[in-house]
Design a protein around this ligand. Sequence first.
Ligand code: SF4
Length: 304
Amino acid sequence: MFKYSNTNKRYYTLDYYYKTKFNSKVAKINLDGNFTCPNIDGKVGFGGCIYCLNGSSDSNKKKTLLEQFEEKKQIMLHKWPNSKLIGYFQANTNTYDKVEVLKEKYELILKQKDVIGLSIATRADAIDDDVLNYLEELNKKTYLTIELGLQTIHEKTSILINRCHTIQKLRKRNIDVVVHIINGLPYETKEMMIDTIRYLNKLDIQGIKIHMLSIVKGTKLESMYKTKPFKILSNEEYIDIVCDQLEYLNENIVIHRLTGDPLKEQLIAPKWILNKIDILNGIDKELKIRNTYQGIKKIENEQR
Ligand code: SF4
């Protein structure tokens, strides 16, 4: 058994992390705070990232924050009675507004019963100094995590430097950072995806979400794929790559996700991504066959 797991997992699970930190099951309530994104509204770009459906895939859109919260809380508490709750601002760029607006939305959720913290998904270029100061203040009052999309290290250097710089600024203020990466981006090789993990080991991050690239209806990626199809990873290739990435990943980084959750009706490819349980079981099985676990290759490399 891996030291950061109380199940058969060979990696540092989020469930284990929460249970040891809060002495309780913790459920995340995903919320749409009705924010936009600098890559959608024209500040940085229009139309969003190639794989983005502009955060509109969620049924949350027409509900108030509290309605969303109550509805999802009931579902979570039915599954896991007595859980503690984390408000997860997920859709679009959740720091992209005036501090007063952020304050109003975040603190409304923090006031709700059993809420022990917030998780806020955003972009590195949407955290200015005013927001940073406010996040620092918030972090002193509650359990706060900032989620940043890094996607890959094989990007223009300036973009990468900016993202890493934001991570450093958050860490200087003692704020936990979770980074998202995507496997299977067009023309990336397995070695490049493993390099992304090696690079992340050098940054001071506390968690990671690993996603498989999914082609969703209505995105730029859909048109790219239809015009000039590129290779999409198979289920087996994805499992193999994730296991390699886990082996290289620092053992203290918490695994928040090992696959994505696209909606069936919006998904064009790959269809295997809908079988989330199969993917997770496949990863467990492969690590068991290899008799390896998170961080084993990083440890071996350091010992050389
Ligand atoms: S940063 Fe996020 S919300 Fe904005 S365009 Fe990219 S994927 Fe969409």
